[in-house]
Design a protein around this ligand. Structure first.
Ligand SMILES: [Fe+2]
Ligand SMILES: [Fe+2]
Length: 256
């Protein structure tokens, strides 16, 4: 089984590059299931129902989120229809599903979204306790975790602790791709997949806006950057019989 995971999609630049390359990547790597983190897909914060529908139409099977899950409040009336979106199980408010089980090639694949605790806003539950809880109450063949967290150490610790029970633990949130992809026990690991978003930016935000805000201490709206984008993703190959990841390939498509 081949799983494609796309890192945080940021704004229109990020969406455009995903739509441009998605089919090509799915064909090239014989992808059976595609997951995309879309917590920043609607102008850098949150997701809209329209973007949710478009991502699915283009071939994404499951959307994971993060600390910006509900930044666009207009999705709340649509949540009952957003069955292919998973938000962090340990989010501050329990508004939507924190995991979902899919049938893929005759096996049950459980996709889980969690928020880290280090350097993040307080969560409803500790991520370790949360994952333990999900693993105990579900019956799936394969477990895939999008660990939305700031600290590389927390993500690595999580991978070590759950290495016999997951097929993948991939990090999101920092928007910067790390070069530490590897197999740990049964799972495929990378500290952060990186983002799909404007290449000339500060993690997706406009550079001038960031200078104004951080250096000149002026009030700004932290507008997102536009222009050519980078696509960051990974492909995980799973041995279904062994219930084990056998390979993780890091992908980064830069505009220049
Ligand atoms: Fe993000
Ligand atoms: Fe985030």
């Amino acid at each position: 089984m081949n799983i494609l995971f796309l890192g945080d999609i940021v704004g229109s630049s990020g969406r455009d590059i995903v739509f441009q390359y998605l089919k090509q990547l799915q064909t090239e790597y014989a992808i059976d299931f595609t997951i995309a983190n879309a917590e920043n897909s609607a102008h850098g914060k949150g997701i809209s129902f329209k973007i949710y529908e478009r991502l699915l139409k283009e071939g994404v099977n499951c959307i994971t989120m993060g600390n910006h899950s509900f930044s666009k409040k207009e999705i709340i009336p649509h949540l009952a229809q957003m069955n292919d979106m998973v938000v962090p199980y340990n989010f501050l408010e329990e508004l939507h599903q924190g995991y979902k089980i899919y049938d893929v090639l005759g096996q049950k694949l459980c996709v889980i979204n969690l928020l880290g605790s280090a350097l993040m806003h307080p969560n409803r539950l500790d991520p370790f306790v949360s994952l333990e809880e999900i693993l105990n109450k579900t019956k799936a063949d394969l477990y895939f975790v999008d660990m939305h967290a700031e600290a590389t150490s927390e993500k690595r610790l999580m991978a070590e602790y759950f290495k016999d029970r997951l097929i993948a633990l991939v990090g999101t949130h920092t928007h910067v791709q790390t070069a530490d992809e590897r197999i740990i026990g049964n799972l495929a690991f990378i500290s952060d997949v990186g983002m799909c978003g404007a290449y000339e930016s500060i993690i997706g935000r406009d550079i001038d806006e960031m200078i104004k805000a951080m250096i000149k201490h002026e009030k700004t709206r932290y507008e997102i950057a536009l222009g050519p984008a980078v696509l960051s993703a990974c492909v995980i190959r799973v041995d279904q019989e062994m219930k084990k990841a056998i390979d993780i390939k890091r992908i980064q498509i830069r505009p220049y």
